[in-house]
Write a protein that binds this ligand. Structure first.
Ligand code: LLP
Length: 382
């Protein structure tokens, strides 16, 4: 949202900090994705619930006809409550507990993305006990790096995720031999906040090599799930308010042609731009070498800058004063409770509203009550 378009009168009556979601931008994003894959009826996007499980947003995304990508029993419950059909739910995770597997089986979810042979055996046993056949994809560790933050790569051999690509054939044979398992395909994910399309192209090449090899060896791969990972422009939310879905889907259209269904698990690119963390300036403090804007949101509300050195654009949406440099810091008792250093902001005074932009993904969903701070509530543009 552009400065000047925030409903400051409405904000005046609200306790800060809070998340503010632009549901019109979310709808525009959902419509854009639909448009991009309109001519691929066998493609399906599953929203990655981990990015934001706010029920209002989940309902809006479910109503747009997307599936859900879940990584816990809690997320499966949240997705079902929001109206995602069970057959549109895919469930990944290296450490699925028995109760979570049972929940997925009872709900009739569309796919278990299995990450090890040990997990496959437990799933087979639990499904057999219920007289069910579990639909399974094997999560492949493709050993492909992505140009992104070190803390959020997932596709390297050294990461804990998936089955090393050289071992997948063996586990696929095991899956085919288990009567309570229906082997359907392969699942991949190389990381998050990826802006370079060649990274996704490398994944496509790996997928094509592996599916060709398995099929040559008599193992049918009915569909593939390419995971998520499309990044957004954190530095320019006003000029580039939406992820580059055309380039992203274009890469897959070019490199994964054919009739095999393709599943996507986008999280950040769907919800990050529509969310803003709104906080107030509590104090302005002059240090020896720095000027601090101390705000009432903390790392417990939005941990990305502290955890990954992630950069979010910060704006003073109340002030029209001259621009000055500030370290924007929160109240938590940690030196890492910093939202941005040397940030150029229009002159800050106590009570000014500060907008921390592009906070719709991995903001509210990663919030904690550290320092006994209450969870920030959410408000919506409509
Ligand atoms: N599929 C799988 C298997 C995943 O592990 C993830 C994200 C996604 C899909 C969705 O990826 P997305 O489209 O959102 O990039 N907390 C970090 C991001 C962690 C991502 C974890 N996995 C952050 O704040 O940047």
């Amino acid at each position: 949202m552009l400065k000047g378009t925030y409903p400051l009168d409405r904000f005046q009556g609200l306790q800060t900090p809070f998340y503010y979601y632009d549901t019109a931008l979310l709808q525009h994003t959902l419509d854009t994705i639909k448009e991009q894959i309109r001519n691929r009826p066998q493609w399906k996007v599953h929203y990655a619930v981990k990015a934001n499980h706010n029920p209002v947003l989940l309902k809006q995304i479910a109503a747009a006809g997307m599936g859900a990508d879940c990584v816990s029993g809690g997320e499966i419950r949240a997705a079902l409550e929001a109206g995602f059909p069970p057959e549109g739910i895919v469930y990944a995770g290296v450490g699925k507990a028995d109760w979570e597997i049972n929940l997925g089986l009872d709900a009739g979810i569309g796919r278990f993305n299995v990450e090890s042979s040990a997990e496959l055996q437990v799933l087979a046993e639990l499904a057999a006990q219920k007289g069910l056949v579990a639909p399974v994809s094997l999560r492949v560790n493709p050993d492909i790096g992505a140009h992104t933050l070190a803390g959020i790569t997932t596709g390297l051999a050294e990461n804990k995720f998936g089955i090393y690509h050289g071992m997948v054939e063996e586990v696929a044979r095991e899956a085919l031999s288990l009567p309570s398992i229906r082997f359907c395909g392969l699942h991949f994910h190389i990381g998050s906040q990826i802006l370079e399309m060649p990274d996704f192209a490398a994944l496509c090449n790996r997928i094509n090599d592996l599916t060709d090899k398995l099929e040559r060896h008599g193992i049918p791969v009915a569909d593939v799930n390419v995971g998520g990972g499309l990044g957004i422009e954190y530095g320019h939310p006003n000029h580039l308010p939406m992820a580059d879905f055309a380039s992203y889907f274009g890469t897959y259209k070019r490199l994964l042609p054919g009739l095999r269904p393709v599943h996507f698990e986008l999280g950040r690119s769907i919800v990050a731009p529509c969310g803003t963390l709104i906080t107030r300036v509590l104090y302005v403090k002059e240090g020896l070498a720095r000027r601090f804007a101390i705000v009432d949101a903390g790392m417990n509300d939005l941990i990305r800058p502290a955890l990954y050195h992630a950069v979010h654009r910060i704006e003073n949406i109340s002030s029209h004063g001259p621009e000055m440099r500030y370290d924007v810091v929160g109240p938590c008792c940690e030196s890492s409770d910093v939202f941005g250093k040397d940030v150029l902001l229009e002159e800050c005074s106590r009570g000014d509203f500060i907008a921390i932009r592009s906070a719709g993904a991995y903001g509210e969903s990663m919030a904690s009550q550290y320092n006994c701070r209450p969870l920030a509530p959410a408000y919506f543009s409509e």
